[in-house]
Design a binder for this molecule. Structure first.
Ligand code: SF4
Ligand SMILES: [Zn+2]
Length: 149
């Protein structure tokens, strides 16, 4: 019994939090569409460059998982700019370069294979990055909390 508890605890501690928003198309259409777009680009790139017949190879899947987590936690939420136009750039340097390489290859090919997503991405790319959402001041939040009690 103790052994079971010991075995499962570290796995739970290391597990990534679930990505909810990007899969909730009804409430977060922009994030969900962006996930579809990056997934389509990853498949084009992986198939053509890595010769993967179906799905994604392990490194591309790892990059996709990373991009999904970043997208889910994007500070701009549904007002996000395209990541290329972002003023924050939350990707680490290695993954940022990997996504850039993937998009440079897949971007021009998207127009033929996924014209709606390609055009929507171009339109999104013309929008400037919005101002960063301001963090709530700790005092105001605490006071609101007090009033609510
Ligand atoms: S790079 Fe910018 S726009 Fe893209 S997910 Fe990160 S914070 Fe959001
Ligand atoms: Zn691949």
């Amino acid at each position: 019994m103790n052994a079971d508890t010991h075995d499962t605890a570290p796995a739970a501690a290391n597990a990534s939090p679930p990505t909810r928003k990007v899969h909730d198309r009804a409430r977060h259409p922009r994030l969900a569409r962006e996930l579809t777009t990056i997934g389509a680009m990853a498949r084009i790139y992986c198939r053509d460059v890595h010769g993967t017949a179906a799905g994604l190879c392990a490194p591309c899947q790892a990059l996709m998982d990373y991009a999904t987590r970043r997208l889910d936690r994007c500070v701009f939420g549904d007002d996000k700019p395209t990541c290329a136009n972002c003023t924050v750039h939350c990707y680490n340097a290695e993954n940022r370069e990997a996504v850039r390489t993937m998009m440079r290859y897949a971007g021009p090919r998207m127009l033929w294979r996924h014209p709606f997503l390609a055009i929507a991405h171009v339109v999104d790319g013309r929008r400037p990055a919005p101002a960063l959402p301001k963090a709530k001041p700790a005092k105001a939040a605490a006071s609101a909390d007090d009033n609510g009690r």
